[in-house]
Design a protein around this ligand. Sequence first.
Ligand SMILES: [Zn+2]
Length: 184
Amino acid sequence: MLGRTHMAVALAATALLTKDPSQLPINLAVAAASSLLPDIDTPGSMLRHKLNKYTGALTFPALIAAGYFLFKYKYFLLLSLILYLTYIGLAFIGPHRGFTHSLAGFLFFTFILFMSDRTILPPALIGYTTHLATDLFTPSGIPVLYPYNKSFKIPLVRTGSILDILIGLAFGLMFIAVLFQKFI
Ligand SMILES: [Zn+2]
């Protein structure tokens, strides 16, 4: 799925599930970032390419800096920072749609957040889970049992196809509708 489709699904789900309006901005930011994170193992993805077309190589230093700031501002404990850097390292050295898209990657990510300030746990899990759930519907599927190399898939939507774009649009509109209905 396209990065923007992942983001639209995550934002709509987070807006639907957020109860406290004061939590909405941080929840949306965390959900959006978490919905893009699994694709850091994909060179053409939004985080690797679209955000810095000419400087894709800066993504990893930027992610490391982000981890440092989360630690500095007490969202991360030292252990969560170490685990986070390990996660980034595993994504960097592993194959495309490998570790970050697996059950092991999901549990690892959950553990990082569990060892952190848990206020950001629900939106982070919404972002990550919706990413894996939507990638399940692409022809490449997701390697749930990585490093065992079998992809699980229900191949209905090709990444970048019209359907992918329409799904992103539909969830984007749903997100806006929920925002207006619940918060504005
Ligand atoms: Zn993905």
